[in-house]
Design a binder for this molecule. Sequence first.
Ligand code: GLN
Length: 579
Amino acid sequence: MDRLRQMFTVVANDDGTTSATRIQRHILGSGIQLDDFRLQTTMERLQALGDTLIDFEAFAALVSDELLMLNRVFRRELVIPDWQEFCTDIETVFKQVAPLVSGNNASYIPILRDADPEKWGVALCSVDGQRIEIGDVDVYHSIQSVSKPITYAYAIEKEGTDFVHQFVGAEPSGRPFNSLELLPDLRPFNPCVNAGAIMTAGMVASSWPEREAREITTEIMNLWSGLCGDCGEVRYSEATMLSEKDTADNNFAIAYLLRGGRGLPRDVDLHKMLDLYLSCCSIEMTASMLAVAAATLANGGVCPITGRQVLSTEAVKKTLSVMQAAGMYDNAGVFTLEVGLPAKSGVAGAVLTVVPNLMGFATFSPRLDPCGNSVRGVAFCRQLVELFTFHIYDSLSGGRTGCKRDPRASQHNRKQRDLSDLRWAVSHGDRYALKVRDLLLESMVAITLADGEIEEPELETMAETYAEIMGHPPEHGELQAMALSRQSQIEAIDSPDPFEQLLQHLATEQLQLDDNARELILEAAFRVACADGEIEPEEDVQLRGIAGALGISEGVLELEIARFQRQRAGERAFPVSPW
Ligand code: GLN
């Protein structure tokens, strides 16, 4: 069928027509917003059509100008193909983190001290411009230290890397963000701690000798607008700025120290430098806007929702490196260990995180840990990376990730290819493929036997599950034979618990199995355990046992169970297979 026809079929009703609403709903389902710049013409045409029914010819004319983009949207070929599924997982994590109430608001200025500590929002934007927002994503708050990497990027663009790094280092400091300590050569450790950011502000301030700090801040606000694709208004809080100035003794101390050490760039005025630093902290944005800015960084400087190159890829590379090394202050090392992503936090409660080539996200929750990072923000990042292969080193080839999910399109296709290879190899007697198949059968049988004898309907369920996963029914009598031999083992008086035996077997074999194979085995067990539509407590224990023996992380299993329960509540069709 012609591609255009295929696209039409996706949205067509039985009578061979469709409607503007249906098309818009399909677009929204891919994660793309209706005001996306790449679909402007189509949206205008849809608007004009109103309630008119759209036949194939009208559809062809409608989509012709933005066909490439619409083709990707309709075929779900965006960077995160199964957007709905991904969003539901993000919501699950959002809810898991919400109950955390430890930590305190920053209290050095009234506006932060008095902010509502209950606020909790997560916004996320993929490099293809797919967006999800949950909770308090429209609350304006000062960006504080989240400004630091962007002022650094601005300085790199304006002055070049060599000039910038004459004045500031790129070493993690391992010290609190407001520490007065400097590198042995008296440069600040990096652009993400106060000393480094004050120095960066000094460089920028010195390059505009004729302009006031506030005017230069407008330049930087324009950069922020570009980064967030103008999806909201970048604001400036005079009140925050005044309080910041009132309480800036420590920052003044740093500034004097810098001036008395190596000196300031082009002998810039110390007050102008501090004014610029503090007013960059006083820029106000929302999580929704920061997420798009993060996605622009993830996309090498090209804003996904406007297509505009806002920063050079070179500047982004440097910025992300600095964020990776120092974005989370004196927790940066542990954060890299656990989360492995470039991120930047601010004391108002924002955390901006970048998953290079995939997405950016921002969280907002004002309660801070002792390092000055948002408690929920950090917990969200950690939880997310437990479930998804987003840690930079989750990409180690040949590595096992605990069967974390990977929502990327390339992974999706690869898994599909791997499964079809496995099926093909089984049919030709490949040893590895047969082992996977046997373990899968063994697991299904053990689960079914755990509650007594295997009955005829249970055999059928196993056969169906097998057929769905392997692409063809099991060989005649294969399941019965295995079930019988297992059953006689159980009946043999001194035989150890057969389920324990299975777990031991899986635990030994899993060392030789890749993530795909392990997921398949768990999936088979899962489907058999849940065939009656419930996860009984003992089945829950068994599934956890199997997942544990296979080295599949608990979080991933929880996600699988949550998906199952959603399906039970009638939201989505089961099975949710990675393929
Ligand atoms: N305005 C704050 C300061 O300079 C910013 C610090 C931060 O967000 N960590 O102390």
